[in-house]
Design a protein. Structure first.
Length: 213
């Protein structure tokens, strides 16, 4: 006849062997039973610095992605964590700004009247703004010995503008920008000893500019 199995034979509680005095003591909070955790809890996959794993699991730092999916925290050691600053992600440069560019090749984006213009160089922006030209020649800006360059953009969709250093500007003569055209004038083509004049083919033509010193 088979003997039925019992969880606790003769009512004896689990005991823990004490090697110090070669005796057994009932398992308790002061004499706990040694347990090896195979999985779950503090077990599972653990990592040390420098480990490589295409599918990181376990206690690596995680974040919640789309559809409540757990993903490793996004970012790199070189660039740090990816951070969304909300409305502060975008920086707009307006009015007059002085920028000291230390690098030999820096791409600088400047917003003029909601349009971004990019300049790559080591020049310093002295001023950026826009003017409205008319059909009569007028001084765009006075002679400036410290001028190192000039960026011009005709933001009009219909009107044409023409420029002349040191004299009356005539439409479609000399430097002329059609609607939407732009030009980056280097110091070699700038007459720093004379004022720059401007004239337009119609009453109100807007021209955005960046002055470099």
């Amino acid at each position: 006849m088979a003997v039925p199995k019992r969880k606790n034979i003769d009512g004896v509680a689990p005991h823990v062997f004490d090697e110090a005095d070669n005796s057994y003591s009932p398992a308790s909070t002061t004499t706990p039973m040694p347990v090896s955790v195979v999985s779950g809890g503090g077990g599972g996959t653990q990592y040390t610095e420098g480990d490589t794993d295409a599918s990181i699991t376990g206690t690596a730092a995680m974040m919640e992605g789309a559809a409540s999916t757990l993903l490793p925290i996004q970012g790199t050691v070189a660039d740090g964590l990816l951070v969304n600053l909300g409305a502060n992600n975008d920086v707009t440069v307006s009015n007059t700004v002085d920028v000291n560019l230390a690098s030999t090749s820096v791409v600088l984006g400047v917003e003029v009247n909601n349009t971004v213009y990019t300049e790559q160089n080591t020049r310093i922006i002295h001023a950026q703004d826009s003017v409205t030209a008319g059909t009569t020649s007028a001084v765009f800006f006075a002679a400036d010995a410290s001028l190192t360059g000039l960026y011009l953009k005709n933001t009009s969709t219909t009107g044409t503008v023409s420029f002349k250093w040191g004299g009356t500007a005539v439409i479609n003569k000399g430097l002329t920008l059609l609607p939407g055209d732009s030009v980056d004038i280097p110091i070699s083509q700038v007459d720093v000893t004379a004022a720059l004049h401007i004239v337009a083919s119609e009453a109100s033509v807007n021209v955005a500019y960046i002055i470099f010193h």
